[in-house]
Design a protein around this ligand. Structure first.
Ligand code: ADP
Ligand code: MG
Length: 254
């Protein structure tokens, strides 16, 4: 479904040039959750911006259903790392979640229902009438996640989406994402620097090196589809897989 082909990006020119991505290639199949894991500063956000059509890479390209991505595709929703810039401050929480639905073939009542459902999913049932600035950072990020889920994108692209929420909420959101993926047939590409999260969430982990950034390897996560925050994380297979990713990352930064 998604193919990232030899993607590279250089910020600036001449002496001030900084190569954020050397050359990155991988694919995401329809219905998969793929996590990209890599050290801080290795270019994960740059990669996601390029894949989402928000940044034109200086090398290579990405395709969605064989079509080159040059602008944000309609079937795609993005959740950014920086929640403080992602919500519209003049709209209430419910208004923010409904906003992208205006372009979809839904009437007002359906839009309201979709938004209310997504807010309940992220544990914010009562917060629809509030303004974003009345919520904590973690809650604002959950609004951004609800907005993306309400949109029901074919492909969901997420940049460290759970970094700003507390540990318990983070686990709930990880399980929610896996459940919504199954129930609504979504495909997810998510970047994180958290090794355990990458293994717990995904069907495959793409491990990036530190700069000059390339794909070190792709690891298939052969854990059962049904996962449990406690049992899965203490299973032998999970511990083995997280060790494999950790060793690769350690070696790449030595
Ligand atoms: P990550 O998300 O993995 O932490 P980023 O993609 O944010 O990494 O950044 C990769 C590298 O590119 C970093 O060294 C960062 O300082 C640099 N960088 C990111 N954005 C810009 C920009 N707009 N201009 C110049 N350099 C940038
Ligand atoms: Mg980042």
């Amino acid at each position: 479904m998604l193919a990232v082909n030899g993607l590279g990006h250089r910020y600036g020119t001449g002496k001030n040039a900084h190569v954020a991505l050397e050359e990155v290639s991988f694919t995401v199949d329809s219905g998969e959750i793929v996590c990209v894991v890599g050290p801080s500063g290795c270019g994960k956000s740059t990669l996601l911006r390029a894949v989402s059509g928000l940044l034109r890479p200086t090398k290579g390209a990405s395709t969605l259903w064989d079509k080159e991505i040059t602008a944000v595709p309609e079937e795609l929703a993005v959740v950014f790392q920086d929640y403080s810039r992602s919500l519209l401050p003049w709209l209430r929480v419910a208004g923010n979640v409904e906003f992208p639905l205006r372009n979809q073939d839904l009437n007002r009542v359906d839009r309201k229902e979709r938004a209310a459902e997504a807010l309940a999913w992220v544990g914010l049932d009562g917060a629809g009438e509030k303004y974003p600035w009345q919520l904590s950072g973690g809650m604002q990020q959950r609004v951004a996640i609800a907005r993306a889920l309400a949109y029901r994108p074919t492909l969901m692209v997420m940049d460290e989406p759970f970094a700003s929420v507390d540990a318990q909420t983070r686990e709930d959101l990880e399980d929610l994402l896996r459940r919504v993926r199954t129930e609504h047939g979504m495909t997810v590409l998510l970047v994180t620097h958290d090794i355990d999260e990458s293994v717990y969430l995904s069907d495959r982990v793409v491990v990036l090196s530190s700069a000059p950034t390339t794909v070190l390897t792709t690891i298939k996560v052969d854990l059962p589809v049904e996962r449990n925050q406690i049992a899965t994380r203490e299973s032998e297979r999970f511990v083995h897989l997280r060790g494999e990713v950790a060793r690769l990352l350690r070696r790449s930064s030595d």
